[in-house]
Ligand binder design. Sequence first.
Ligand code: OGA
Ligand code: MN
Length: 285
Amino acid sequence: MPITVTPFDAGIGADVSGLDLARITPAEAATVKEAWIAHQVLRFRGQKLDDDAMADFSGYFGEPEKAPIGFKNRNYMTDRPEVTVISNIKIDGEAIGGLGDGEAEWHSDMTYIDMPPDASALYALEVPPAGGNTWFMDMYHAYESLPDDMKRRLEGLTCKHDATRSSDGRLRQGYSESYSREELPGAVHPLAIRHPESGRTALYLGRRLNAHVMELPPTESEELLDMLWGHLYENARVWTQQWQVGDLVMWDNRCTMHRRDAFDPASRRLMHRTQIRGSAKPVAA
Ligand code: OGA
Ligand code: MN
């Protein structure tokens, strides 16, 4: 079957058909990689992937990250250390995976470390009847649609990305509620970055909570970030994934953000997830 890449009307993301990801060849993977750099998010429907297949497929896009020590508990176990679990399902009262059933606000993954992951992939094993959609935002478009004076204003500016909270807003283990601006744990990255593979400029925000612009006093930093986020809410180019069992969605973490809708806690959602280790520190555009 020929590989078909069908871009979504949203202007970000594409469906890829004609591929069995459990049996992908290096030549097919190269085609997928090219489409992925071009479209930022790819969806593959109707896949049947065990953990070996998911880890092996992910390996074509870089080095799959093993779950950090302490992340895996008895219930998180998959067949491969590269494959982790996102789920609200509980066994004996204990969640088998991360992120629960609540809303996850707009974010890129783990931008609070110096070399954030290049990519992440989610594979749907169980989906709730409603809710739990995942939204993806085009951060090239976010930058390109800024007025020229705002683009110039971003030159040389960097932002602190908060390490203390997870995507569902919860305080991570080992961190306290309040830090001074100076002491906030996290990483500092340019606000506008150059994508190492496409060469295009992306707005790089990570997430809103506790973010601050290093070169500006607190009030001006808040004003600038509010303005940028306000611009996103008005101009965002967004595609929404409504999950079906067998969907695999892989996103480029350097030029997209994502969020997730809440869903009924009484329903089950089970995803297997891989993440590709960062290959470079984000560099200023
Ligand atoms: C993630 C994430 C959203 C979802 O895995 O990084 O944000 O839809 N997941 O579960
Ligand atoms: Mn995420």
